[in-house]
Design a binder for this molecule. Structure first.
Ligand code: AMP
Length: 403
């Protein structure tokens, strides 16, 4: 069963082809037959297309395209043509799975996409403007390219839908509750996958574990996963809440926004830009949203970069503490995504705050290609670094729904 997965963002498209005919055990790692990505930030007026098939070299080409649908068409062609060909014909694809960031209150499970689902995704654009619009455009482009093939939406909010009301409700006026202004939470596909994979690595039942999962990439969020269920998370009504991120501020005193609007006449679009694009690591360091760049500058004595890293770690530890309180105990911490999978500095400094819980890391921390346990043998809490497999998890969800 060949399943094409599309993770469409505003500045990139990532896609994989999986063959799930061999079954789909929970937490099992599915290796894609083929993967490809479009990088729209490459250079003005062009897109960089990189494709590879399992075990093969990556092939990169720069195409003079600015239209997202045309870029996707070129990407899909690499499945059936050239050195990355893995299919004789696109008709071998039996389903397409899409990561859709915001499912609102309507979707708490993966769903086969029809006109009604598309309309709901469209209505939710105001809650996740950059993400849901790109997701919808991706769905429409794939419909155009593949015709009648079933398409499935897998929502990043769905895993958090069972959060207790006390965790999901903002303490504003009750009207907010009725309007659906609540904590939805995001990165759910990743939090759910790494929690399942962690239980598998620990050789324990997911139902018996209290886990803190830390998705730290360009966007950052934590989830408190108790018995396999998300009971709290740091992102909220939008993906702006919670931790400090690459270029997003995370939570700030809402009084700052009122102050900026009153004292400086700051408009909505300017605030949106400030909080989403020019804050976080990028805003504080004045350098980059990429932690690698900021750490390098810090090591060369740049004090703004030092402050950015210190605030990032402080916010992370503070929110980790609040998730541990929501869990009421802690069996394992899981680090995942770009920063979480690759930064011994972040593992070390984030975990330092929790040695009073008996959490101890190994002395020699190193990045690894495989998932690893970085806790010391005598640590009371296991600490796992797990490579997230959002696309594989989306393919599994499609397979499960269509079976
Ligand atoms: P993601 O959104 O999951 O693709 O993560 C992207 C981010 O991961 C980048 O912006 C970097 O900040 C971070 N990252 C990637 N590799 C490393 C690394 N080796 N060390 C520290 N941070 C990294």
């Amino acid at each position: 069963m060949k399943i094409f997965v599309l993770n469409a963002g505003s500045s990139s498209h990532k896609s994989c082809l999986f063959d799930l005919s061999q079954g789909n055990a929970i937490g099992q790692i599915n290796r894609p037959l083929w993967q490809a990505a479009l990088d729209w930030t490459h250079a003005e007026g062009s897109v960089e297309l990189t494709a590879s098939k399992s075990g093969g070299e990556a092939v990169t080409q720069v195409l003079p395209l600015t239209d997202k649908a045309e870029g996707l068409q070129a990407l899909v062609q690499t499945l059936v043509q050239g050195p990355t060909k893995v299919l004789d014909d696109l008709s071998e694809i039996v389903a397409v799975g899409h990561r859709v960031v915001h499912g609102g209150r309507d979707y708490q499970q993966p769903v086969v996409i029809d006109a009604g689902v598309k309309e709901t995704i469209r209505q939710l654009i105001s809650l996740a403007p950059a993400h849901n619009l790109a997701n919808l455009q991706g769905i429409e482009a794939m419909e155009h390219l593949l015709g009648e093939v079933p398409q499935v939406a897998v929502f990043d909010t769905a895993f958090h839908a069972s959060m207790p009301e006390a965790a999901a409700t903002y303490p504003g006026p009750y009207d907010w509750v009725e309007q659906g202004i609540r904590r939805y939470g995001f990165h759910g596909i990743s939090h759910q996958y790494v929690a399942q994979r962690a239980a598998q690595m620990l050789g324990q039942n997911l139902e018996d574990l209290k886990m803190l999962t830390c998705h730290l990439g360009n966007g950052c969020s934590l989830a408190a996963v108790k018995g396999g269920i998300s009971v709290d998370t740091t992102m909220g009504f939008t993906p702006l809440d919670g931790l400090m991120m690459g270029s997003r501020s995370g939570s700030v005193d809402p009084g700052i926004l009122i102050y900026l609007m009153r004292q400086e006449g700051c408009g909505v679009d300017h605030l949106d830009h400030l909080l989403n694009k020019t804050s976080g690591l990028k805003g504080l360091s004045g350098l980059s949203n990429d932690l690698r760049v900021v750490v390098e500058a810090m090591e060369q004595g740049n004090t703004q970069a030092q402050l950015a890293v210190d605030v990032f770690i402080h916010r992370l530890r503070r929110e980790m503490g609040s998730m541990i309180a929501s869990l009421g105990g802690l069996d394992a911490v899981v680090f995942t995504a770009g920063i979480g999978e690759n930064s011994p500095l972040v593992w070390q400094r984030a975990c330092e705050g929790f040695d009073f819980l008996g959490l101890k890391l190994k002395d020699d921390l190193e990045r690894a290609k495989d998932d690893q346990d970085i806790a010391a043998a005598d640590s009371r809490v296991r600490v796992l670094v797990i490579h997230t497999q959002e696309e594989g998890a989306i393919a599994q969800a499609c397979h499960a729904l269509l079976q």
